[in-house]
Write a protein that binds this ligand. Structure first.
Ligand code: SF4
Length: 327
């Protein structure tokens, strides 16, 4: 069977730290790498992402997002496996209910990349697996609650599903009359743009839903040629495009970097939406930016950018009915 370029790229993802470092011209001996007791969240990165990392630069902001460092192995007080209490809010397997009128559907455990700061890096996908039965239960829950007007496809990365599975899911959602809006949270247009085929675009745009895609870019170096071309096509298809970033120490914790990111996003039809404080997930404490510093960075953005290019600085607190604005 012929496989498409993106499927080939997914098969060829880099999983070994040594191979990654060789490709970016660095020596493993000079870096303190993680030696995890389990590999439940191993290194994973597509080659097309690696090409955007500067050769020989150990603190490259894109490399830092994917390289498992020894810092991950430390236990840090307050850093937990379920930092947002999502298990408590998972009322039906695969369905997370935190905010009124909206639900989040865990469609898959698979991502094209493993971001070291991911708040779902310990999420029990096995118990909330996106099997057909779980979708049925989740869809029944949505069907029986007419207050739900928006469904957010999340994961993992929902665009790592096959076109056929995604098509089936969207068609099933379409049969629920009170669901009017569909939102897709995905990092794939940024990290694996070859996945955004015409067929996929048709699959997600032909439904009756008002469609929003929230992409996830953290640094301007991530927005390169193929990503730019992809964002243009997404825009032409008529969907609303937003971006969310996580404020990460050593990656984007400087106002000029975030300002440049906002410029690149807007030039390519994407509005900066959220700048998230790091969720305190076990293994990611080395990415933490202090709240005072975050507010200061945000003030600098407000002073240099038009208001519509300043993302909202937010923290998600478990149990709150909305994100907490900090800026
Ligand atoms: S793509 Fe999203 S869900 Fe997947 S590891 Fe990165 S942040 Fe987590």
């Amino acid at each position: 069977m012929d496989i498409s370029r993106w499927q080939h790229e997914l098969r060829e993802v880099i999983r070994a730290p040594g191979e990654l470092l060789e490709k970016v011209g660095l020596q493993a001996e000079k870096l303190a790498l993680s030696t995890p007791v389990s590999d439940s969240f191993p290194l994973k990165a597509p080659l097309s992402y690696l090409k955007r990392i500067r050769a020989g630069v150990a603190d490259d902001p894109l490399l830092r997002q994917i390289l498992p460092l020894a810092d991950e192995d430390r236990d840090v007080a307050g850093y937990r496996t379920d930092p947002l209490d999502e298990i408590t809010h998972t009322t039906t397997p695969g369905l997370i209910r935190k905010y009124p009128g909206r639900v989040l559907l865990i469609t898959t455990s698979v991502c094209a990349i493993h971001c070291r700061y991911c708040f779902r890096r310990h999420y029990p996908y096995n118990e909330n697996s996106p099997s057909r039965e779980n979708w049925t239960a989740a869809l029944d829950t949505i069907r029986n609650d007419s207050s739900i007007y928006e469904v957010i496809l999340s994961g993992g990365d929902p665009l790592s599903l096959s076109d056929e599975k995604l098509d089936t899911l969207i068609q099933q959602l379409e049969t629920i009359p009170h669901v009017r809006w569909l939102r897709i949270h995905t990092r794939i247009p940024v990290v694996l743009p070859s996945r955004m085929t015409d067929k996929l675009l048709q699959t997600i745009t032909r439904s009756r839903f008002k469609l929003t895609m929230v992409i996830h870019a953290n640094h301007p170096h991530e927005i390169e040629n193929e990503v730019i071309e992809t964002l243009q096509r997404l825009h032409q298809s008529g969907m609303q495009l937003l971006n969310q970033s996580v404020l990460l120490k050593g990656v984007n914790d400087q106002a000029p970097v975030l300002a440049e990111l906002s410029h690149r996003l807007y030039t390519n039809h994407v509005l900066p939406y959220y700048l998230h404080m790091l969720d305190p997930v076990a293994g990611a404490a080395h990415f933490e930016v202090a709240e005072d510093q975050a507010r200061d960075i945000h003030k600098q953005l407000q002073a240099t950018l038009p208001g519509y290019l300043v993302p909202k600085l937010v923290r998600e607190l478990p149990g709150e009915s909305s994100k907490t604005l900090l800026g």
